[in-house]
Design a protein around this ligand. Structure first.
Ligand code: ADP
Ligand code: MG
Length: 850
């Protein structure tokens, strides 16, 4: 190996100090100038030497130092990615976020003056890759799936795993798998296998805390070198709030107003938690400081009218404060904190006396939102200079924390929180929670202000709270989300003993076992993988089921295993086009506009699962009216889908509206008329096309029925669909309380039978059908399956389908239902399952659209 490394080294350098470049590139002058300012550019030589002499290298460097944009270029110039050279094979770079994969690919293409087919990206819905691609940016999920079909990653010469400090689940898994791929490629190369070269791995992180990777001996037996790129940061002054306001959204607006009217020019970057908040704040700031607002204001001033009422923007509902801050601690460090703005506050009165109204800023704000589901063209706006005389204000989720570096930021406003998906392995309840970020995140956010010159960071929380309640680092994602999909991916790569997998931070055995259990219920693994419902102690020996033929097929789809199962069985029972649509809708998330969001033309928030009962109860008369209109609108849309009219499943409402959307040919008008989110509908449409493609690739000749107009399913098909849903969510059955408990009055209470459909008493907690469910108004059905439990004020069941309990005995066999005690209740009578599928396919096969 050393020989090879030295050979490739000598190939690119006459002497180790003067490295010749193999590929000459022509960069635009503006790019050449900008590059000179990037700290990493001066480190090119030591970085390339380390890469050429080691198969694994870790690079740490401040965000904005140039890692993502420059390291691929170093490699490209050194001959990697050039199909003719010794290091032939693509340069692959993974990103945890789609936004970053797309915008970094276009930036690097621009810097190298190459086309998007040479420097390309690939994300789940979209790709620019071509046979001539040399540098490929992709999301980490994309590379993970490539591993399932080509474990040696033979198309690549080097893989860069970027943003590892974020600890996204896919990134963690990738590093584990790649540590094994490296070994294999090395061994094959040593054995003299034709055309096989060692693969290189570069791990890049924004923080120095890489010990989970660098010092993990199961991962890398010999410690990889860690290169630190010297920071070139200007000092950033941190200002803590004296107290921690619970309404941080309004506090952020106030802070931005103050900065804007009193402090020198320089961009403002505001960190908030989600899309709705961001849209609300942007609207409000636009109404106060947007160009139009200021023009109107000055017109009115000229007309001699008073200003007060006009300046005040229309009240925008920013949503309930998401957290009740019980621990609002007096800040004893506050005196030491440099409260630049607050000290100016004291002067404010003086200014007024002198007739200086500093709030009267004539500078308009150029307000730009930034979040991951923002359409591509709008994402790019953050990199464009604001119009002359404007102050740039970026309102962002933590996308701007490390993935994207926005030029010209001088002030950071940090709400100190982030929205995260949390998942309780034991009961399967998940929730989006707004939590405090970590100290590491707070430092990253503050650092964004010190890129171009000295900056200021305003933290909307007290320093005492920061000290006492902030964790040092955020928890790796793998410890807080469902991992069935990942386990299935691993099994499909023949990694049977997942407990022995070199996870950077291993999930506990119980979680791994639970995932195997779900997969076994779905028929993806052999039943050695079953966990007894009552056991929480799992011995190592019981983990390690093998993948089944069904499981292998399921692993071909880039979807949750439950959805893959639906596709596979949907195909077998003649319902594929409907299942594709249903799976697309469930993957994209609730497309229905919430009453409170009806006015926002572009409101779309996959994370928007956080409603609560109080809110629904207190909805305005207007909102109720809107809901009524929507219900009627759905009813009308269902006229074209007559048999969907009487709903027995929330999922059918999605199917109905998705079908009607295709029927109408899409469009914003349809969405407005039916109170659905255009972006969600567009994504469902796209995903439908994509899943159809995957189906056709994997099962050549299968009719996916992907046609512009979905014909309504027959009653028989609807019944089959409910059975398919039951099979996919077989461990997510809920039973009305009075059916399983003699003395229960039933009503709206359900017992979730998670994992144990016939002994529905496993979980003591009652669960409820969510008020937005189509089934919540009718009389409560006895048996249901649910898509998810979301906890807000209560554990709510969402995506509910009415089922016939006799199905369970067949569909839950052999892992969930034992037939020995059939008389627990009337439903326990064993019957054979009705035969699936219509005799005749109802949809005319038409050419696939995409
Ligand atoms: P790192 O990966 O170390 O955080 P990057 O390589 O992402 O750093 O960023 C390096 C520099 O490139 C930053 O100054 C950033 O602002 C700039 N940059 C990145 N993308 C663009 C773009 N699309 N337009 C202009 N500048 C960009
Ligand atoms: Mg980066």
């Amino acid at each position: 190996l050393l020989e090879h490394l030295q050979k490739s080294n000598s190939q690119v350098s006459g002497s180790p100090t003067k490295r010749a470049k193999i590929i000459t590139v022509k960069r635009p002058t503006s790019v050449e100038e900008a590059r000179l300012l990037l700290p990493i550019v001066t480190e090119e030589q030591p970085i390339m030497e380390a890469i050429l002499l080691n198969l694994v290298v870790i690079i740490c460097g401040e965000t904005g130092s140039g890692k993502t944009t420059q390291v691929p270029q170093f490699l490209y110039e050194a001959g990697f990615g050039d199909p003719g050279g010794d290091n032939s094979g693509m340069i692959g770079i993974t990103q945890p976020r789609r936004v970053a994969a797309m915008s970094m690919a276009s930036r690097v293409a621009h810097e190298l003056s190459l086309t998007s087919s040479r420097v390309s990206y690939q994300i789940r819905y979209d790709a620019t890759v071509s046979p001539s691609t040399t540098i490929k940016f992709m999301t980490d999920g994309v590379l993970l799936r490539e591993l399932a079909t080509d474990f040696l990653l033979s198309k690549y010469s080097v893989i860069i795993i970027d943003e590892v400090h974020e600890r996204s689940m896919n990134t963690d898994i990738l590093i584990g798998v790649l540590s094994r791929v490296l070994k294999l490629r090395e061994q094959m190369w040593k054995d003299g296998k034709e055309g096989v070269k060692p693969l290189r791995l570069i791990i890049m992180s924004a923080t120095l805390r890489v010990s989970d990777f660098a010092e993990n001996r199961t991962l890398f037996p010999s410690p990889p070198p860690v290169i630190n790129v010297a920071a070139r940061q200007h000092p950033v002054t941190i200002h803590f709030n004296r107290r921690t306001p619970s309404d941080y959204v309004n506090e952020a607006i106030k802070k931005a107003s103050k900065i804007h009217s009193r402090l020198p020019p320089g961009g403002i970057l505001m960190f908030l938690t989600g899309q709705n908040e961001i849209s609300g704040v942007c609207k409000k700031l636009e109404a106060m400081y947007g160009k139009k607002a200021l023009e109107q204001k000055s017109k009115r001033r000229q007309a001699g009218r008073t200003l007060v009422a006009d300046v005040e923007p229309e009240e925008v509902d920013l949503g309930p404060a998401e957290q009740d801050l019980a621990f609002d601690i007096d800040d004893d460090h506050a005196d030491q904190d440099m409260e630049a703005l607050d000290s100016e506050d004291e002067n404010a009165g003086l200014d007024e006396e002198l007739g200086l109204n500093l709030d009267e800023s004539d500078t308009p704000m150029h307000i730009v939102p930034l979040y991951s589901l923002l359409p591509n063209d709008k994402q790019m706006r953050v990199f464009q200079a604001p119009p002359p005389g404007h102050r740039l204000v970026v309102v962002s989720t933590n996308v701007a924390e490390t993935s994207l570096t926005i030029p010209g930021i001088r002030y950071v406003i940090d709400c100190g929180r982030a929205k995260e998906r949390r998942y309780d392995v034991a009961n399967g309840i998940q929730a989006f929670q707004v939590n405090w970020t970590s100290k590491a995140s707070a430092a990253q956010r503050a650092g964004r202000a010190g890129r171009t010159g000295p900056g200021h960071c305003y933290r909307l929380y007290s320093s005492a709270l920061f000290e006492h309640y902030f964790e040092s680092f955020s928890q790796p994602e793998i410890l807080r989300v469902p991992i069935e999909g990942v386990v299935l991916q691993m099994k499909s790569m023949n990694i049977d003993a997942v407990v022995n997998f070199p996870f950077p931070t291993p999930p506990d055995r119980y979680t791994l076992k639970k995932a195997e259990t779900v997969l076994t219920h779905l028929g993806a693994l052999t039943s050695t993988a079953i966990i007894a419902p009552s056991t929480s102690e799992v011995s190592m020996a019981t983990i390690g089921g093998h993948i089944t033929a069904l499981g292998k097929t399921m692993a071909l789809f880039p979807l949750s295993p439950r959805y893959s199962k639906m596709l596979v069985s949907g195909q077998q029972h003649g319902c594929l086009p409907y299942v594709i649509t249903i799976v697309s809708a469930l993957s994209v998330g609730d497309p229905f506009l919430r009453e409170e969001a009806l006015e926002a033309e572009e409101s779309s928030d996959d994370e928007n699962m956080d409603e609560n009962l109080e809110h629904i109860k207190s909805q305005s008369v207007k909102a109720k009216e809107a809901r009524r209109i929507r219900r009627r609108a759905f009813f009308e849309s269902q006229q074209t889908h007559a048999s969907l009219g009487k709903s027995s499943s929330d999922i059918f409402s999605m199917l109905s509206v998705a079908g009607a959307y295709e029927y109408a040919g899409g469009g914003h008008k349809f969405c407005a008329d039916h109170f659905v989110r255009p972006k969600a509908m567009e994504e469902i449409h796209k995903l439908r096309g994509q899943i159809s493609n995957i189906v056709q690739v994997n099962f050549p000749g299968v009719d996916t029925g992907f046609i512009p107009t979905l014909r309504p399913p027959t009653d028989l098909q609807l019944k089959v669909l409910r059975q398919l849903l039951t099979a996919a969510f077989i461990d997510q059955v809920a039973v009305r309380k009075d059916i399983v408990e003699k003395n229960s009055s039933g009503g709206k209470k359900y017992a979730s039978a998670k994992g144990v459909p016939y002994q529905a008493l496993g979980i003591p907690e009652d669960v409820f059908i969510h008020p937005t469910s189509a089934l919540s108004n009718s009389s409560p059905p006895e048996y249901i399956v649910y898509h998810e439990i979301v906890r807000t004020t209560r554990p709510w069941l969402k995506g509910v389908t009415i089922i016939n309990p006799v199905w369970l005995s067949s569909l839950g066999k052999p892992t969930l239902c034992t037939l020995s005690k059939p008389t627990q209740n009337s439903a326990g009578i064993m019957m054979s399952i009705p035969r699936f599928g219509p005799d005749k396919w109802e949809l005319p096969p038409v050419k696939a659209e995409i």
